[in-house]
Structure formats: structure tokens, C-alpha cells
Design a protein around this ligand. Structure first.
Ligand code: ATP
Length: 598
């Protein structure tokens, strides 16, 4: 079908939402084309030759409004009947680092007639519905007002909420009044009608949401989270992270930048990034879930030490890292692991898990064999472990500087490639990193390599294995020492190490008591671990750092659950790859449609 009107031509194809016409932007004439997947406008010179093209995937259009509309710094609408405004995702480089910043692009178009304007807005809105099925309509938002620099509320109301409004997303906002309020809400309250849950805060707040949503999903499915052999049900609600904490590692590792506007735009366009989650068990009870770092030895000690210096803010991690390094500790342990299939990928294959990762996509097919699209993913969920043959456990014993398990690269601004640069976000595996006892300079080299692009696994005392599960226990002779140490702790009323929720209440606690409080017994216990270079008796055991929480147990079993949750994200975008992809798809479309446009 094709129409000719006042010297301009626009047409619709039967099978697709296609529209083409001349449009004007600031008195310059453009040829605009909507092909269904892409909206593209090309500036024309006086001789009708192409000058410059801007191309936006329909899935990245944020909103289409009639009239000439501004959003920032304040919303204003000039209601003219031949104009419309398109808002879309615009990328900016992030000063040479890997991820790309997303900003709100805005172009005001003028048409020759109102009829044509209405055609454009109708077609663009219809294309949005067709090509972005996972866009949220209603979100449950939790803001931690004490996270990071205590700017969560301001960040949400000034940067995020206007964008949600523009995109037609309604949100129910809860500013938390206590630690674990968000988790409890998700476990108990009616969540009908919500497409996703947004957390405005740091990694601790994300962890609350993670625990709430996983717990709720298992409750509803009648599954027991305590049993490590149970295949857990993936969560039907997406999680969005608006970074506003002092540590925002999960956001960095899944988006590539720590930027509230970029994250808000990923939420709006309904990006969907599956994420593996490790469950951590002690004997027959679930202790916690982890998505980034489960670390014993150095990383556990740094966390224990840093808890004593919360008043220092983020500087406490540098300080504690130095103190712990100087204390020069190693710990005895027995590590058992269940290797993942080496044919699928390896932690040293030098690949990077970026947006559109083929290893993760293939894993989706493996984990959810009957699903043809992500929308129906959860309804056709199959037991991943029952389908896989478990394989043979491998056991190693010795003294370790650290034992770490991570089911993502755990990249962060300090270590842009992360703890395990080739780990994948959603392949159903984790990377087990064993750093055997070594001399202090060797260990320093290992740590330093995390801040550069040098291979931290290319050292004789380091091993890395891609695994499905890990067990850690103490050698029989150390169990007694550990028992004695823990006996000492168990008499403490403030058993910091034995209360997994302890950190959750820490900010309130700090606010109430002030920074100059007396050291707690928990801190004294930590002191006994880490009394620096002058320490006379080294402790027999360290503690586990589980995504920034100290675990109550030393002997644990951890299992990776493939793609247990989904984030509103798409993985780290590689700037060069995005440009190649854009040029390639533009070329393809031009060869399909270009001939009909003259
Ligand atoms: N209203 C509240 N009062 C006290 N604590 C809260 C409140 N809301 C959430 N929390 C808890 O605060 C902890 C830290 O929050 P968050 O991760 O947002 O900030 P953060 O500054 O990055 O924290 P940290 O530096 O401890 O990692 C979370 O574990 C969360 O459970």
C-alpha cells in the first residue's frame, strides 16, 4: 500500500510497520525511515544527496510524544500539531574505560501535515510495542536512604523518576526505614502487577532484593532452598539496579559503568540479562546467595578488618587491604570442586563476556532447552542438574593465601577486568581461584595484576578452574583449633560472624551510636585474626566474604544455579563492537530499503 500526499511519499508494507517521509529538524530536511527494527533519519543537501544519518534501533526508543517536548531540566510541552518528539538512547564514551554511558537523546521533528505527524507517532508507538516486549509497565522501587553518600532519594527523584514518567512506567516507591525491609516485603507482600523490582543503593541493597526474590519464588514453587541438590526456580521478576552505594560492583559488572541514568535507560527499554547465582550451604541449611565474590583467606580477612573501620568510608578497603597483606597469612584447607564441561569454555580462554555473549546464549539453550524466546523462559524451565551428569569431584588440600569463587568476572573500577576476566555472567558456572601459599612479593604480584591487563593466573602458585560446585572444609587437625576459636566467639553476645544479617543493620547502628563507639566483641575477634605484622600467633581459620557479608561458617558447600535471576541490563557493551554492529545493520537495511527511498 502506498500514499502520495503534497509531494511527499509514505507507505506501509503489509508484513511490517514501515513508514517513510521527509521530515524537518531545525529547518533542515531529512529523509526519515521506519523499518520496524530501526528508525533512521538522513540529512539531505540541496541536491537531495545524503549528508549524515542517525540510526536508532526501535528497541532503544524511550518515548514518542506529540508536540515539541523537553524533559530536562523540567518538562515542557509546546503543543503544535505538525511536530513530534522522539526520545532515545544515545551513547557516549566513558573516558576510555570499557563500558559506555547512556544518555537521553532527543530530536524534535516537524512534518508537512498533521495527518503525517499522527502516522509517525502511531507507527513508532506500535513498533515499540512489537519490538520491545519486555519493557516494564509497573515497577516496585526500594530506595536505601543511607547507602553510599546517602543520595539515593535525590538520585532517584532527580535523575530516574522523570525518565520513568516519560516512558510511561508507573512505580511504587518505598524508602526503606530499616535493613532487610525490602527483603521482607518481597518475601511476604502481594507483588501482583509488578514487572520488576528496582533497587536504589549499593551491593548490600541488591543482595537484599536478590534474597527476597529468590526466596519468594522458591516459596511459591514449594521448593526447599536449604537442599543444595534442589534445582531452584528462576525468578519471574526482573531486577533493576540504580547505583547509589559505596560499592556498586554488580552494577559495574553487568552494565559496565556506574551511572544512574545509564541504568535507568536499561530498565526502561526492558533489557534482560540473566545472571548465575551461587547458593552457599552449611551442612543442610542455606546460608546465603552470592553473585560476585565468595572468598576465604585474604578477601575474608580484608572484609573482617574493614568492618572495624566503617567510619573511614570507602577508604577502609585500601587501609584494610594493606593491613591484611602485611599480616602475611595463609590458611589450611581442603577444597573439593565439581568441574564444568571444559568443551564449553575455560577461564583462561581469553574471551570476555560482553553484551550478546555467545557462550551465555548457548547456555540459555542448554539450561532451558524447550524455550524459543526469553519471554517464555520460565514457564519451560527444566532441571539443569538432572539433565547434566554431575561428573567427578576433584579434591585438593594445602595452605592457601585465598580461595575464591566468582560466577561473574567481578570487574570493578579498581580492577576493570576483574577477578576472573573470562568468567561469564550466565553460563551456569563459576570460576574457582586457588592461590597457594607463597612468599609475600609473589602474592603482591598476584594482587597487583588485578589492576592491569596482565594475566593474574599466569603465576606458578595460582590455579583457576571452571566449576559447577565447590566444597571447603578444614583438614582434620585444624578442625579442633577452629572449634576452639569459635567457642570463644560463641560466648559473645554480639556474634557478628554468626549473624548473617548483622551488616544489614550496620548503618542504622552506626547512626544511632556514632562512629566513636567502643569496639564490639566482634571487632575484638576480628582483631585476633588480624593483629598485623607483629602478631605472635596466627589464627587457624579465616572467614568467608560472601558479596561483602561475613559468613557464620567456615565449612561450606556452594553450588552455581544457572540464570536464576534476570537483571534489566545487557552485559558490558564494547564500544567498537557496537559501532561495527550499527554500521553492519545500517548497510543491511540500506540494501533492503534504500532503492525505494528516492
Ligand atoms: N533504612 C535502612 N537503614 C539501615 N540499613 C539499611 C536501610 N536500608 C537498607 N539497609 C541496609 O544497608 C546495607 C548497605 O546498603 P547499600 O549496599 O545500599 O549501601 P553501601 O553504602 O554500598 O553499603 P556498604 O558500604 O555497606 O556496602 C544493606 O545491607 C541494606 O540491607
Amino acid at each position: 500500500m502506498s500514499f502520495v500526499r503534497k509531494g511527499e511519499r509514505y507507505f506501509r508494507m503489509e508484513s511490517d510497520l514501515t513508514l517513510e517521509s521527509s521530515l524537518w529538524v531545525e529547518n533542515k530536511r531529512y529523509r526519515a525511515v521506519l523499518t520496524g527494527w530501526h528508525f533512521r533519519w538522513t540529512e539531505l543537501d540541496k541536491k537531495n544527496r545524503d549528508k549524515r544519518t542517525i540510526s536508532v534501533p526501535v528497541s532503544e526508543v524511550v518515548g514518542v510524544e506529540e508536540g515539541r517536548v523537553e524533559i530536562l531540566p523540567q518538562k515542557s510541552v509546546e503543543d503544535t500539531d505538525k511536530d513530534f518528539t522522539v526520545f532515545y538512547v544515545k551513547r557516549c564514551s566513558n573516558g576510555g574505560s570499557h563500558g559506555l554511558l547512556w544518555r537521553l537523546g532527543r530530536t524534535q521533528f516537524s512534518c508537512l501535515s498533521r495527518v503525517l505527524r499522527d502516522q509517525w507517532t502511531k507507527h513508532l508507538k506500535a513498533a515499540l510495542k512489537t519490538h520491545s516486549p519486555l519493557r516494564p509497565k509497573r515497577l516496585l522501587v526500594f530506595i536505601n536512604p543511607f547507602g553510599g553518600k546517602k543520595k539515593g532519594r535525590e538520585i532517584y527523584h532527580s535523575l530516574v523518576s522523570p525518565l520513568f514518567e516519560l516512558a510511561g512506567i508507573s512505580s511504587h516507591v518505598i524508602v526503606t526505614e530499616r535493613a532487610n525491609q525490602a527483603r521482607d516485603h518481597l518475601l511476604k507482600k502481594d507483588l501482583t502487577g509488578f514487572n520488576g523490582v528496582v533497587c536504589v543503593g549499593g551491593d548490600g541493597m541488591f543482595s537484599e532484593i536478590l534474597h527476597g526474590l529468590i526466596g519468594r519464588t522458591q516459596q511459591e514453587a514449594g521448593l526447599c532452598e536449604d537442599d543444595p541438590t534442589v534445582t531452584l526456580q528462576p525468578c519471574p521478576l526482573h531486577i533493576g539496579i540504580i547505583p547509589a552505594g559505596s560499592t556498586d560492583c554488580v552494577c559495574f559488572a553487568t552494565v559496565g559503568v556506574i551511572d544512574p541514568v545509564t541504568s535507568a535507560l536499561h530498565i526502561i527499554i526492558g533489557d534482560s540479562q540473566p545472571l548465575d547465582v551461587c547458593s552457599v550451604h552449611q551442612t543442610s541449611a542455606l546460608v546465603r546467595y552470592s553473585v560476585s565474590l565468595l572468598g576465604y583467606g585474604f578477601y575474608g580477612d580484608v572484609l573482617a578488618e574493614s568492618e572495624k573501620h566503617r567510619w573511614m568510608g570507602p577508604l577502609r578497603y585500601d587501609y584494610s587491604g594493606t593491613v591484611v597483606y602485611l599480616s602475611n597469612r595463609s590458611y589450611a584447607g581442603v577444597v573439593q570442586y565439581l568441574p564444568a564441561d571444559p568443551v564449553l569454555s575455560s577461564p583462561r580462554d581469553r574471551t570476555r563476556c560482553l553484551a550478546g555473549c555467545s557462550v551465555c546464549s548457548r547456555s540459555t539453550e542448554r539450561l532451558f532447552p524447550n524455550s524459543s524466546d526469553s519471554g517464555s523462559l520460565y514457564s519451560s524451565y527444566h532441571s539443569q542438574y538432572n539433565n547434566d551428569s554431575e561428573g567427578e569431584w576433584v579434591s585438593v588440600e594445602g595452605r592457601f593465601r585465598c580461595v575464591s569463587l566468582t560466577c561473574m568476572s567481578s570487574s570493578n573500577p579498581r580492577s576493570p577486568l576483574g577477578l576472573s576476566p573470562s568468567a561469564h555472567l550466565a553460563d551456569g558456572t563459576g570460576d574457582l581461584i586457588l592461590v597457594w601459599d607463597t612468599h609475600p612479593l609473589g602474592f603482591l604480584k598476584f594482587l597487583y595484576r588485578h589492576t592491569s591487563s596482565q594475566d593474574q593466573f599466569d603465576l606458578p602458585f595460582v590455579e583457576v578452574h571452571r566449576v559447577k560446585a565447590v566444597r571447603f572444609s578444614l583438614p582434620p587437625d585444624k578442625e579442633e583449633d577452629s572449634f576452639a576459636e569459635r567457642e570463644g566467639q560463641s560466648n559473645d553476645e554480639e556474634r557478628g560472624y554468626t549473624d548473617t544479617a548483622s551488616r544489614n543493620g550496620s548503618q542504622q547502628h552506626l547512626a544511632e551510636k556514632g562512629a566513636a563507639r567502643e569496639p564490639t566483641k566482634r571487632q575484638k575477634t576480628a582483631n585476633s585474626f588480624l593483629c598485623g605484622v607483629c602478631c605472635s600467633k596466627a589464627p587457624a581459620v579465616s572467614v568467608w566474604n560472601c558479596d561483602g557479608e561475613i559468613l557464620p561458617s567456615t565449612e561450606i558447600l556452594s553450588r552455581v544455579h544457572g540464570q536464576l535471576v534476570r537483571l534489566y541490563a545487557r552485559g558490558i557493551e564494547d564500544g567498537a563492537a557496537v559501532q561495527d554492529y550499527r554500521e553492519e545493520s545500517d548497510k543491511r537495511e540500506r540494501s533492503c530499503y534504500g532503492t525505494s527511498l528516492n
